[in-house]
Structures are given as structure tokens and as C-alpha cells.
Ligand binder design. Structure first.
Ligand code: ADP
Ligand code: MG
Length: 727
């Protein structure tokens, strides 16, 4: 534990909260220039700086020995600079080298002291910072370059022979994320200084949850005495971070539940008629989900439910069941899809399924509006009127039909943006929610304040993330694939195996199956895209002749796109050569082959989505990934795809490869990025944080109790939420 030095000023205030809120630019020991740099870095208050957690730690109690050979992991070394050199270098504008002689942390030569060269290319500032005679701590991976052993672009720190050496050396030393104008060493000193003068701090956690006093946890996370102390401190801080995130989510949840609501649930006759007509029995999971949704629809409070199920798990049938319940109760139901192709597919399916039930349905997309002439009318009366030549009765019936609004609306975003009149909207379903932003979700529930909302996603996300991203929703999970699904076999092959793959495809096409060929877009400019697509298409058409191929990509006009999809659905074309426009939702059970070119360029989640287009019929399906993976990540991706078709396993592998940033990034999730928690490793803490936050909200929905004032305040700040809304 750092000992407070008597020369330091006393804490600014005995009040811990005021201390934490102190603006950094009022600290007299922090140069204004640096305070401004910190501000640009997003650190404004003492608390911001204290919760600017280390990125990693270096054990500077005992440095690694200088290596004698290449290593496969980074090392942390201490050495004196023997000499430096800078020169121009082939192919590089500028190169700088420093040769180090191994020493101990105190600067004493070690036994059998080794030497090593550090090298930087094209970074001029390093030359200004390093000079012969200095002592350096460097961190990086030693590699052999010809006969030399080098660390290229190591992280480094110059050891200053000042009074502060004890902060930086001979301890487990934190390395904080740094930025322009601020080094890790500066951050370490400043944070050390703040920690040395901490008043009592209010815990960021509710009573009884923290293992350590807050001040102690902060000290130990920045300057741990040992690894156990770090572990204990980290637990508290991760929990605190998750708790505040869950508080935010719980507030949203409470807010959603306060919207006025009505029951939107018919007695279920229409639903039964629909189910009786389906050519398959529902899975247990589908039954369960429909039951959960039905209870929500029947309740007088608004439904906010997520239907979560892997690709192909049969979400559409569940959605339509829900919509029929709302229709039967006299309301309209709308389904929103992220792409036009998908909206049209849903529309066609619904039309087919609903025709015998006499439900009026309309399609609304950006470019097309269609209403089926499927009047809900008395057929007998009509026939009688025609038979008896009763013109008056006939026109009365026609008028009634014309005035009848559609009961089910299917559309794209246009449904949201065009102010489509939905006077009696009772249920809104959002398909493939992950393709819509959180903001659109919000827009939808605003636009139809009293409607029940069902969002559907196939993004198989780990539980921790579900609790966070969709924590404001109730969740129904389809965890059971429909029976009689053919297996999907996945094989990753390098490009030299393409001819074999083509022969294999032709064999299956010859047996009446259909195929997708997917290629990545290399250049997204319209002209290039069309050209690349055309070239790509010719290649495939030739290779797969005599089977009929068609090309599908994003630049094809919508009507034509739908015509192409139609021919593929009816098996008039056997092969669809496509970009990722087919990624979402497309459902053609007879297509059991997929070949993905340059598969290494796609993300894992995307590959899984693409592959989800096959394996929808009873035939065994085959997915061939033609790839040129030469990075460890690329190879890992291919291996994962071969090894599993389980969306959750793939999602976890994806998170490991990409990091959670993409998913938990502010823009995507509407949530602040994590500073210390790990969404993959810290599941249990997230669960604890969630239960705690929900319980707290249940007990004190307005956070009105004095002991909750600090949470209320933080919440109000963090999401600029008027808590009045919640109360
Ligand atoms: P997703 O969950 O990916 O949206 P879909 O709703 O498109 O999946 O369903 C995939 C396919 O499975 C569709 O052809 C659908 O008709 C079919 N399907 C849905 N439920 C069942 C079931 N219980 N048994 C057999 N097939 C089903
Ligand atoms: Mg779907």
C-alpha cells in the first residue's frame, strides 16, 4: 500500500463524494496543459482518473532475464542504454535503435548480464526520449531478425532517478492506457498521488456487497501488493461497474413498464386454425414461447419481449401466432424486417398461410406497397348477391372491403419512418433486431405508445450480454431446432480445392438440390460492385452449367431482386450467386449447398448467419468455406466453423477473437463501454449485479431513499434521464 507522505496536502474535503467529483483542472499540482490533455482523453474528475484502470501490470519486483533466443510471449526487461543509433533503412524512412545492457531494478549489473537491441521504425519521438546512460524498462516480444535478437516497437519507460522511483519500480507496476501528451508514467504518478490522500469514499455498491472499502479497492487495483489483493479488488470494481450498468438497464425496464398498456389478445381460434394448417408440429420451445407471449398480450401492461433463437429455430411462426392473437382481438399487428428481401419473404409466407383464414395483409416497404385483395367478408352473401344480381348489395360489400384496413402489416424501416397510419396497432414485431439500432427500437416503442412489442434476434449472444443489451426486456428462448432437420457439414478448404468443391456441388445440383454461392464485397463503390459481381457471376455460370444461376446483390433494384428471389424459391433457378444480402432470414428449404468464397474476410457471426440459410430442409446440407486464411485468427475462425454449428459457441469464439468492444460499443448498445469488467469471464458478477439492481428498483422504484441518492444521481447523470419519468 502506498504510504501517504506527510508533505502532501490534506484531502480536498472530508466529504468523499465531493472529493470524487473534484474537477481535475482544479488540482493545483496538475499542470493545466496536462489537465486539458486528460479532458480530451475523457477524464474530467478525480473519480474518472481513479477509475482509469490499468491495462496490464508489470511485475517489476523481479524483471525477466534478458533472453538468448526468440520468445513466443512478451517479456519485461530492465537495462541501461549502452548506445543508440538512428539511420535510414531500406524501405523505411527512419529507424532508431537502442542497445540495452541488463541490470537489476537498482541499476546493478546482473550475473551473466545480457544485451539486447530495441528498434523503432518511423517513430521520431522515441529518439528524443532515449539517450545513452539512461535506464529503461521495456516490454515486448523478442524476435530473431537475421542474426540479431530484437524487440521491435517495445513499450518502454525511462527510469528517472527521482524520489518517485518507488512508485514505478520494485513493485507490481500498473500500466494505464495512455494517450497523446500523457504517458503511462504520468498517469501512474498522478493516480498514486490521489490515492495517497484519499478521504473515506462512499461505496459504489449497495450495503453488504463490497468485499473491501472502496478506497482500498482502488488502491489495490492500481498498486496491488500481490496478485491476490489485485484479484479481490478487481472483483469489487467489476461488480460496481456491472451494477451501475444494470441500474441503467433496470431503469429502462421500469420506464418501459410504465407505458400505458392494454390487453391485445383474442381467444385463440385464429391461432388454432393457423397451427392446424401448418405442415409440421410446433416444437416444444415454440409452444412455450407462444404461451409466454400470449400471457403478455393478455395482460393490461405493455409487452416488451425478446424472442431469442438461433438461425432456423422457427421464430417466424411464433411471431405470426402472436400477431394472429392481436388481430383476433380486433387490433392491427405489424412486422418489421431489416431488408426488403426479407420483408417480401415474410409477406409471401404470410399471404400463403393466411389466405385460408381470410386475414387482410399488406406489404409496405420503401419502394413497394401491396395490399392483397383478401377481404374478410361473407362469401355466402357475396355469392348470393351475384346470383340474384343484387347490385346494391354487391357494391355495399365492395365498399366494406375497400374501407377495411389491413390487419397485418409487413414492412421495412419504412413502416417506422413514413408515418404509416396504424390506428389500431396492438402488436409490433421487429425481426432480426440486431440489424436495427437500439435507437430504432426506441423510436418504434415511441411511435406506438400502447402497442405490445416483440423483438426477435438470431444473434446468439452470451448470457452476460443478453442481460445487458436486452436486460430491459423479458426473454423467450427457442433452444430447440425443429425436428427432421438435415445435418450441416462444414468444410474449410483453401482455394486450390475449388475445382473439387465445384464438382461436389454439381453432383448435388444434379440430384435436384439448390445452392448459394456467396462472395465478399471487396470494393463497395457502386460501379466496382456491379463490375465485380458481373465478373464473379460469369465465372460461376460457366463453372456450374448447365444449372441455371442468377446473380443477387445490393445494387439490383428491389423489384428485380424480388423477382430473382421468387425464381429461386420456385426452383426455376438452381444457384444464387450473391453477396451478403442473403445473410438475413432467407428461407428456401430445398437449398442445401453453400459455398463461401474468401471466407476469411467474413466475421464469425456473419459466417454463422450465412450458413443458417441452409440446413432448413430434410436433406443433409453442405457448407464449403473457400479461404486463404493465413493469420491465427483466420485459422481459428475456420476451425470454429468446422467444429460447431451452435450459435452460442460461435458467439463466444467471436467475442474472444474480436473482443466485446464491437458489441458493447456505445453506438451499438447505447451503453457506456466497460472499463474493467469482462463480459465473457465475469458472467457471475453480471448476474449478481443484475439481481441486485432489479431488487433495488423493486424495493425503491424512484430511488428515493437517502441511501440510494447517490445511485439516483449517477443514473440521472449517466443517461441524462429525468428520473421523474420513472417515478
Ligand atoms: P428463424 O428462426 O431463423 O427466423 P424461420 O422462422 O425462418 O427461422 O424458420 C425456418 C424454417 O423452419 C422455415 O421454413 C419454417 O417454416 C420452418 N419451421 C418452423 N417451425 C418449424 C417446426 N416446428 N418444424 C419444422 N419446420 C419448422
Ligand atoms: Mg427469421
Amino acid at each position: 500500500m502506498p504510504t501517504p507522505s506527510p508533505s502532501r496536502p490534506a484531502p480536498l474535503s472530508g466529504d468523499g463524494l465531493a472529493f470524487l467529483e473534484t474537477p481535475l483542472n482544479t488540482l493545483e499540482w496538475l499542470p493545466p496543459l496536462r489537465a486539458r490533455a486528460l479532458e480530451r482523453f475523457g477524464l474530467l474528475t478525480v473519480e474518472d482518473l481513479l477509475t482509469h484502470f490499468p491495462r496490464r501490470y508489470e511485475d517489476r519486483r523481479e524483471f525477466d532475464r534478458f533472453p538468448s533466443d526468440e520468445m513466443d510471449h512478451p517479456v519485461c526487461l530492465c537495462g541501461n542504454v549502452l548506445k543508440t543509433a538512428s539511420r535510414r533503412f531500406q524501405g523505411y524512412r527512419f529507424m532508431f535503435e537502442a542497445t540495452l545492457q541488463e541490470v537489476t531494478a537498482d541499476g546493478q549489473p546482473t550475473a551473466l548480464s545480457g544485451q539486447l537491441t530495441c528498434r523503432w521504425y518511423n517513430v521520431h519521438f522515441v529518439k528524443k526520449m532515449i539517450a545513452a546512460g539512461q535506464r529503461l524498462v521495456v516490454y515486448g516480444r523478442p524476435r530473431r531478425r537475421g542474426r540479431q535478437l530484437l524487440i521491435e516497437h517495445p513499450e518502454f519507460e525511462v527510469v528517472e532517478p527521482d524520489a518517485e522511483a518507488s512508485i514505478h519500480l520494485r513493485r507490481i507496476t500498473p500500466v494505464h492506457p495512455a494517450t497523446e501528451g500523457i504517458t503511462a508514467r504520468m498517469l501512474r504518478s498522478w493516480i498514486h498521488r490521489l490515492l495517497a490522500n484519499l478521504p473515506d469514499l462512499p461505496s459504489p455498491l449497495p450495503e453488504g456487497l463490497a468485499g473491501l472499502p472502496y478506497a482500498e479497492a482502488l488502491r489495490a487495483v492500481h498498486f496491488p501488493e500481490n496478485w491476490e489483493a489485485l484479484h479481490a479488488a478487481r472483483r469489487d470494481l467489476v461488480l460496481a461497474e456491472f451494477f451501475h450498468m444494470q441500474l441503467f438497464v433496470a431503469a429502462k425496464r421500469a420506464e418501459l413498464r410504465l407505458r400505458p398498456g392494454h390487453p391485445h389478445c383474442g381467444p385463440g381460434g385464429l391461432l388454432e386454425a393457423f397451427h392446424a394448417e401448418l405442415p409440421f408440429p410446433l416444437t416444444g420451445a415454440q409452444h412455450r414461447a407462444i404461451g409466454e407471449i400470449r400471457a403478455d398480450l393478455a395482460a393490461p401492461r405493455p409487452m416488451n419481449r425478446l424472442l431469442h433463437g438461433d438461425v432456423g429455430s422457427g421464430k417466424t411462426v411464433v411471431a405470426l401466432s402472436a400477431m394472429l392473437l392481436a388481430v383476433e382481438a380486433g387490433y392491427q399487428a405489424a412486422l418489421m424486417a431489416p431488408t426488403q428481401i426479407l420483408a417480401e419473404q415474410h409477406y409471401l409466407n404470410f399471404k400463403r398461410w393466411l389466405a385460408p383464414l381470410g386475414v387482410r395483409i399488406a406489404l409496405r416497404t420503401g419502394s413497394r406497397k401491396e395490399e392483397t385483395a383478401l377481404p374478410l367478408f361473407d362469401e355466402q352473401a357475396w355469392n348470393a348477391a351475384v346470383r340474384e344480381g343484387d347490385e346494391a348489395r354487391r357494391s355495399e360489400l365492395i365498399k366494406q372491403i375497400a374501407s377495411d384496413e389491413p390487419q397485418i402489416l409487413v414492412g421495412t424501416h419504412a413502416l417506422l419512418s413514413e408515418g404509416v397510419p396504424m390506428s389500431r396497432l396492438g402488436l409490433a414485431v421487429i425481426d432480426e433486431q440486431h440489424k436495427f439500432g437500439v435507437l430504432q427500437r426506441a423510436a418504434l416503442s415511441r411511435g406506438s405508445a400502447e402497442a405490445d412489442v416483440l423483438v426477435m434476434t438470431a444473434t446468439p449472444i452470451p448470457r452476460t450480454l443478453t442481460m445487458t443489451l436486452f436486460g430491459d426486456l423479458d426473454v423467450s428462448t427457442l433452444d430447440e431446432a425443429p425436428a427432421n432437420r438435415g445435418k450441416i457439414v462444414t468444410a474449410a478448404r483453401d482455394a486450390s480445392k475449388l475445382p473439387d468443391a465445384i464438382a461436389f456441388m454439381k453432383e448435388h445440383l444434379g440430384r435436384g438440390r439448390q445452392a448459394y454461392v456467396v462472395y465478399p464485397l471487396i470494393d463497395a463503390s457502386a460501379k466496382m460492385e456491379a463490375k465485380a459481381a458481373a465478373a464473379e457471376f460469369e465465372k460461376w455460370e460457366r463453372a456450374l452449367a448447365p444449372h441455371r444461376c442468377e446473380l443477387l446483390h445490393g445494387r439490383i433494384p428491389p423489384d428485380e431482386k424480388e423477382a430473382i428471389m421468387g425464381r429461386f424459391r420456385r426452383n426455376e433457378t438452381q444457384v444464387l450467386v450473391a453477396t451478403t444480402v442473403i445473410e438475413v432470414g432467407i428461407d428456401v428449404p430445398n437449398a442445401n449447398l453453400m459455398l463461401i468464397e474468401n471466407a476469411e474476410r467474413f466475421g464469425l457471426a456473419q459466417l454463422h448467419q450465412l450458413r443458417g440459410r441452409i440446413g432448413r430442409g430434410t436433406h443433409k446440407s453442405y457448407c464449403v468455406l473457400i479461404h486463404a486464411a493465413d493469420t491465427p485468427e483466420g485459422v481459428e475462425k475456420m476451425k470454429t466453423m468446422e467444429a460447431t454449428a451452435n450459435g452460442f459457441e460461435i458467439a463466444e469464439a467471436d467475442l474472444r477473437l474480436r473482443g466485446p468492444g464491437d458489441i458493447l460499443g456505445t453506438d451499438q448498445s447505447g451503453l457506456p463501454p466497460l472499463k474493467i469488467g469482462d463480459v465473457l469471464a465475469d458472467t457471475e458478477l453480471m448476474q449478481l449485479a443484475r439481481t441486485t439492481a432489479l431488487r433495488l428498483f423493486a424495493a425503491d422504484p424512484q430511488l428515493a431513499r437517502p441511501e440510494h441518492a447517490r445511485f439516483r444521481k449517477r443514473l440521472a447523470e449517466k443517461r441524462k434521464l429525468a428520473l421523474a419519468q420513472v417515478s
